[in-house]
Structures are given as C-alpha cells and as structure tokens.
Design a protein around this ligand. Structure first.
Ligand code: AMP
Ligand code: GLY
Length: 424
C-alpha cells in the first residue's frame, strides 16, 4: 500500500509513526511533514490545500489512500474533489465530505445538527449582522459568563468566554460588524456556559459502522492550573479516569450513536475520524464541539495505544467494511507533554537548535514544529515537540515523560509541569 498523509504537526508525526509500522505498507509520503515525519517516510513539498497538485502526486505515485490530518482541506472539500474526478475517484480519502466537515467548519450547522438529532449540548441561538439587536436582547436574557463562538474556522481563537454583559455586547458587535474574525465571524453562536470537566472522544467511521478509539484529555491553557491563554494544547493523557460506567454509556448512547445515525439520516457522507469535544456536567455528557479530524495533542496519546494495523482500519473505511475489522488497544496508559517556544501562544522566536533528542530511548518524541538543518533539528513553531510515554498507570507514564523531557533543551523552552494532575 502507498499512503499519502497530509499535515505537518505532532498529530501527523504520530500518524506517520503508526502507519510506518503497518505490515502492508509499501511507501509513506507526508505532505508537507516536518523533521519528525521524515523518520518514517518521505516528506513531499505540497500544500494541503492544493488539491490539483495532490491529485497529480497521487496519480504519479500510485497512492492507495490519502489520509487527511488537519481540518482545513476537509472543510475546503478535498474528499468531494477526489470523488468527483474520475482519475482519482477510486482512491479513498480518509476524511469526511465537505458537508460532513461542516460539523467543525460551522458551529451553527453543528448546533442545528445536534438539535435535530437530540444530542445533548448547551442551549444556544445564532445571529448575523442583520439581527445584531436580537443578539443583544438574547445576551440580556442569559446569565454570565457569556459564550460567543464565531461560526467558521478561526484557528482555535473563535471562542470567547466573557463575564461582563457590556463587553459581551461589544465583542458580538466587533465580530459581526467589524469582522474581528474575518469571514469566520459572519455568524455568531451564543450559548449557555457549561461548568464541568472536559474530555475528547474519537471514532473512526465508514459512514455505517464505527469503532471507538481510546479517549483522551488535553490541557489547552498555557499556564499551570489551566490558567492563561488558550494554546493548541500543552499535553494529553489517555485513558481518562472518569470516562467509565454510566457516564461513558451515556457518551455512547446519547452522543456517538445518534451522531452516526444522524449523519446517515441526513444523507451526509462521513468516512474518517470524528472527534467529540465533550464536557461532563454532573454525570452527563454535553457536546462542546465536533471536529472532523483527530485532536492534537490527543493523537500523540491515542495512536500509541492502538494495537491494530491502522491501514487495515483505513481499508475498512475505504471499502465500507469497517464492521468486519478488528480493533485492539494496548492496556497501558499514555501521557504526552508538549515543549513549546517561550512566548507562545503570543510571539516567539524560531530557528533555535534543539539538543538532547538522541538521549531519549524509552519515550516517543513527536515533532510538531521542527525543521531539519543538515543533521541538526531546529525549532520551527510555537509547539515544538511532545514527549509521549507509556506506563502501567498514568502516573508512571507522566513520570517517564517528565524524566525524558528534562533531557531535551533549546533556548527559551517551556512546558507545563502539571499535565494530568487534575484527574490523578
Ligand atoms: P471550542 O473551540 O468550541 O472547543 O471551545 C474552546 C473552549 O471553550 C472549549 O474547550 C471549552 O473549554 C470552552 N467552551 C466552549 N463552549 C463552552 C460552553 N458552552 N461552556 C463552557 N465552556 C465552553
Ligand atoms: N486538542 C484539541 C484539538 O485538536 O482541537
């Protein structure tokens, strides 16, 4: 099998690491990849949104599967593009149709979907620039804190949680009229604030059947004790200790099953990964968001826990035979800690030499933002790399990641020292 994997972050390094272990892999290509993915395949210089160039590459290299890491090409319709072109329509794209990707690409669409299929989520209303005043009235009827969400993709910055009513009104106006988030803010979803603990649940589906992957918990804020600015994720653990019993049964029966059935009922083609961002309120799950892809850094803990051959699962998705495939997991915990450039998520410097990578023998190092400069590896992003470890328990896995991350260094590096502490 020849596989083309799209993306360049820690998620893609973890996927490349796993795909490379498949007994049925011939060639793995990663576009554009990073210095870490290069250890498992060949990086190719293609933009994930240049569908024409991707198609040409697929034809020239006899690619059997295109696996899509990030959301943007999915929201832009890469699956539909392939299906509608005779020369590549038989090459499965692991990732949903444009309509399916709207579950992530439009918050209003996702909320309407959940309302239609009775899937538990926060109460809400959606507004655009033509009904700004109704938005103000709606805010007056809600209680603080106010949750405002730009409808479209806003690089993880489109959710505002505001305590003051007047400030919430000003923000609503600045998104809708002053285009604070550009076109992503043409519509705004205002929703009820839910108080609880979050977790990330994932399935892989061929549109008919699905397999549940290990769940994870990620740590989004830059500061310890979950304080400060939101980031792309500072670490993750799997399994999540509270994801069990009647709560987990509700996740399956009230969220996963009605979502998969709902997609089918609405005639929305969905073949790929589906990510449920959930919050546990008392003993009930609510959907905070859907994503049409795997999470980052969640992938860096859930993929290492997958025992089965991942290409076998992709074949199941591609040929609508996922129900016949076996999926198995390692009965071990996994934890990952992200090392970032000082200053991130605000401004930071790139191009710093990374030391100590060769000292890590009993953890996995997944590159997120790195580049190779001859034999040396340099920082190339805010999130630079994550150190994943296994353990008999989460405590052991975390201990190992912290032991090993202390052997890696670069100028002005930072990582959180409290990953997993809230649930242990
Ligand atoms: P999202 O981009 O939808 O995942 O939102 C980003 C973060 O905002 C989530 O991970 C939550 O921490 C928080 N959030 C979003 N919606 C709500 C809500 N209705 N109640 C409480 N927190 C929320
Ligand atoms: N870690 C959350 C996400 O990937 O959206």
């Amino acid at each position: 099998m020849n596989v083309l994997l799209l993306g360049s972050g820690g998620r893609e390094h973890a996927l490349a690491w796993k795909i490379a272990q498949s007994s049925i892999l011939d060639n793995l290509y990663i576009a554009p990849g990073n210095a870490g993915t290069k250890q498992h395949g060949k990086n190719v210089d293609l933009s994930v949104n240049d569908f024409e160039a991707i198609k040409v590459f697929v034809l020239n290299n006899k690619i059997d599967f295109v696996v899509v890491g990030p959301e943007e090409p999915l929201v832009n319709g890469i699956s539909d593009y392939f299906l509608s072109d005779e020369s590549v329509s038989m090459v499965p794209v692991i990732g949903p149709s444009k309509e399916g990707a709207k579950l992530e690409g439009s918050k209003a669409f996702a909320k309407e979907f959940m309302a239609r299929h009775n899937i538990p989520t926060a109460k809400y209303a959606a507004f655009d620039s033509n009904n700004l005043n109704s938005g103000f009235t709606f805010l007056e009827k809600m209680s603080s804190p106010y949750v405002l969400k730009a409808d479209g993709l806003a690089a993880g910055k489109g959710v505002l949680i505001i305590h003051d009513l007047q400030e919430a009104k000003n923000e609503l106006k600045s998104i809708l009229l002053d285009k604070k988030f550009g076109n992503a803010g043409k519509k705004v979803v205002i929703e009820e604030f839910l108080s609880g603990i979050e977790l990330s649940v994932f399935v892989i589906t061929d549109g008919d059947s699905y397999k549940i992957l290990p769940e994870a918990k990620d740590y989004k804020r830059i500061g310890e004790g979950d304080t400060g600015l939101n980031t792309g994720g500072m670490g993750a653990i799997s399994p999540v200790p509270f994801a069990k019993g009647t709560f987990y049964d509700k996740v399956i029966n009230q969220v996963i099953v009605p979502t998969i059935k709902g997609l089918k009922k609405d005639n929305i083609s969905y073949k790929g990964f589906l990510f449920f961002g959930l919050i546990k309120v008392k003993d009930d799950p609510y959907v905070i968001e859907y994503n049409c892809r795997l999470g980052d850094p969640e992938t860096e803990v859930i993929i290492p826990r997958l025992k089965s051959d991942i290409i076998d699962l992709f074949e199941g998705v591609g040929s609508n035979t996922l129900s016949e495939r076996d999926i198995q997991f390692f009965d071990k915990s996994a934890a990952t800690v992200m090392m970032v450039s000082g200053g991130y998520p605000k401004s930071y410097k790139k191009g710093k030499q990374i030391y100590g990578l060769n000292n890590i023998l009993d953890s996995l190092v997944f590159h997120a933002g790195t580049s190779a400069d001859g034999p040396s590896i340099k920082t190339e992003g805010g999130r630079v790399l994550s150190v994943t470890s296994y353990g008999r328990t989460l405590e052991k896995a975390l201990e190992k990641s912290y032991e090993n991350i202390s052997k890696i260094s670069f100028d002005n590096a930072y990582f959180r020292k409290d990953i997993g502490h809230d649930v242990l």
